[in-house]
Design a protein around this ligand. Structure first.
Ligand SMILES: [Zn+2]
Length: 481
């Protein structure tokens, strides 16, 4: 069988496992945008694209996961196992949800057609293929000692990713499926050509912003013709962009660069955006300014901006214009989350804690699926001194949502407040383990074992977890070879 030309694809199970390992690394990377509203938006949006054409799940039946990376390059890419990344810059460059959908649908197409698995399968016979190198880089960075040299911060992974080329046939296939998805989901497919054209012209005016996406997806005349032929075949229903799209883009703009200069640039941008037409755009600009005020430790100013955002949304459209939006703003989890952020800000007077808890409690009942609000509720419980309740709530949450490092960090905080040292270190260990930092996790387990309050039960759990983590490390070192 060796030397045979027969190709052996990576099995769906192995592909998912590989993807999950890479994700553990990425979650620990400072450039991973661990921002609940952005993650929720991308997964709702991407999930709707997948649902529009459920057969893209195919034999693999992957649960897709969409996430954003803090990066000024225009790019998006798929990892093994249905994990799809979009760069913050690409979210900002997309002028409509149709444009964002065009890129995400194309990446879903790569996953659906198992292009990655096929490449990795081929890799057994061929010389080094970039994606396998990316995977190895991810594994190497973690095995090489837990420092936060993830795929992205090292720059190496992306360097490789940029050269990643599935080949022309695979790209056509991904385009075809991307088109079907967009059509089924009711998006304007012509947005794709416009978006790619704009990326191309951006690359001409800013030579430092290499449009990575276009290097692997050049907009050749052949591709344009292909796309345009498909557009003619496909009628679409006009669909308005959501308020959430504008709000998460405002978040991405603030989070993309949180340096003093970065925030000043974002502030300038939002002030210009305030003068533009469009209620959602204006509300998003106020929302962005509220977020900047919070970053600067000024919750009072944040509240002023937030109220202004609400005012814009509550205002009926100007006379003579048509708007399908309701005159009173619908309940919105992202806006509610911002209001809670303001209540929970460190510079608020102590009396605010009770109000924050009341509102967070109402919010979690209203938005039971929002992970961000669930975490804010735990924060509010802690802030109001309800430590026991916070602990109980968080223990339930970590059972339900097993891959959120933030929950374990919050749990560690509640244990610290209760003076439970062993449990505090055990919670921190889980948070590190989920971020791919097995060594740091093992250190925490060690501290937990040495804590004076580590009882028989804790010792047993510590021992078991230590064995698991050491086993994981051994496997990683093996894979590296
Ligand atoms: Zn592609």
């Amino acid at each position: 069988m060796l030397g045979d030309t027969e190709r052996q694809d990576l099995s769906p199970l192995m592909e998912r496992k590989l993807g999950e390992e890479i994700m553990r690394d990425i979650r620990g990377d400072p450039d991973y945008l661990d921002d609940a509203p952005i993650l929720e938006y991308l997964n709702n949006f991407g999930g709707a694209l997948v649902a529009a054409r459920p057969e893209v799940r195919g034999e693999t039946s992957f649960d897709f996961f969409f996430f954003a990376v803090r990066d000024k390059q225009l790019n998006a890419f798929a990892l093994p196992g249905g994990f799809i990344a979009v760069h913050s810059a690409l979210m900002l460059a997309a002028q409509s949800e149709a444009e964002l959908a065009s890129v995400l649908s194309h990446e879903i197409g790569h996953v659906a057609q198992r292009h990655i698995a096929r490449m990795l399968g081929q890799q057994r016979q061929d010389a080094l293929i970039p994606l396998a190198a990316l995977v190895l880089a991810a594994l190497a960075s973690r095995a090489g000692g837990d420092a936060a040299i993830g795929v992205f911060s090292a720059g190496q992974g992306l360097q490789i990713q940029r050269q990643l080329n599935f080949g022309r046939d695979a790209e056509r296939e991904a385009d075809r499926i991307g088109f079907q998805i967009m059509g089924e989901a009711g998006f304007d497919t012509s947005g794709m050509v416009a978006f790619f054209g704009r990326m191309q012209s951006a690359s001409r005016s800013y030579s430092d912003l290499t449009p990575a996406y276009l290097q692997t997806h050049p907009l050749t005349t052949e591709r344009i013709a292909d796309i345009q032929a498909r557009i003619r075949e496909q009628p679409y229903k006009q669909r308005a962009d959501s308020l959430d799209f504008q709000l998460v883009r405002a978040r991405a703009r603030v989070l993309q660069d949180e340096s003093g200069q970065g925030l000043a640039d974002a502030e300038m941008f939002f002030k210009i955006q305030l003068e533009q037409p469009g209620r959602f755009q204006q509300a998003a600009a106020q929302y962005g300014l509220a977020m900047i005020a919070l970053k600067k430790g000024d919750p009072r100013q944040a509240q002023v901006r937030f109220d202004a955002a609400r005012d814009v949304l509550g205002k009926p459209p100007a006379a003579g214009t048509f708007s399908a939006a309701p005159p009173t703003p619908a309940p919105n989890a992202i806006l509610t989350g911002m209001e809670l952020d303001i209540r929970l800000a460190p510079n608020q007077p102590a009396a605010m804690a009770q109000r924050a808890l009341r509102e967070a409690d109402a919010a979690r009942l209203r938005f039971p699926l929002s992970r961000g609000i669930a975490q804010q509720y735990a924060d509010a419980l802690l802030g109001a001194g309800k430590v026991e309740e916070a602990t109980r709530y968080l223990r339930d949450q970590v059972q339900l949502y097993r891959d959120e490092p933030k929950l374990h960090q919050l749990l560690a905080k509640t244990y610290a407040a209760q003076g439970k040292i062993a449990l505090q270190h055990m919670a921190l260990a889980e948070s590190y383990a989920l971020s791919g930092a097995s060594l740091a996790a093992l250190d925490q387990l060690d501290l937990a074992r040495k804590a004076s309050d580590a009882g028989f039960y804790e010792m047993a759990v510590i021992d078991a977890r230590e064995r698991e983590l050491q086993e994981r490390r051994r496997e990683q070192l093996k894979e590296k070879k």
